[in-house]
Design a protein around this ligand. Structure first.
Ligand SMILES: [Fe+2]
Length: 115
């Protein structure tokens, strides 16, 4: 089995709490002309955030020429680290953004945003 076969998407049960939602927006900081990516897990239905059940990490990639390019990794602690993260990003040359997250109970989940 390949790890890709274990990554769940928007078709799987539990998607409302797990599929990462990616938003690309202008940076709100005064004077900044760049872009910001926001990734939210549990945007539709909040995901539990306890020691027993939480989102452990979120990884963000850009797709360029059919290759996944790492943009950022967010390592979250339960209870205090909510699964909503942002990063400045230069989306130039990317055809898509992909986020993968890991829930300690429900495994790997993926969401994407076509650019
Ligand atoms: Fe979960």
């Amino acid at each position: 089995m390949r790890v890709g076969e274990l990554i769940r998407t928007a078709e799987a049960e539990g998607r409302e709490k797990h599929v990462p939602v990616i938003e690309l927006m202008d940076c709100p900081e005064p004077g900044c002309t760049g872009k910001v990516v926001k990734v939210t897990v549990g945007k539709e239905v909040p995901h539990p955030n306890t020691v027993e059940h939480h989102i452990k990490w979120i990884m963000l990639f850009g797709v360029r020429g059919g290759v996944a390019v790492h943009i950022a990794t967010f390592d979250l602690g339960p209870t205090y680290g909510a699964p909503e993260v942002t990063a400045h990003v230069n989306p130039e040359g990317f055809s898509e953004l992909i986020a993968v997250e890991y829930c300690n109970i429900h495994g790997l989940w993926e969401g994407s945003l076509a650019l």
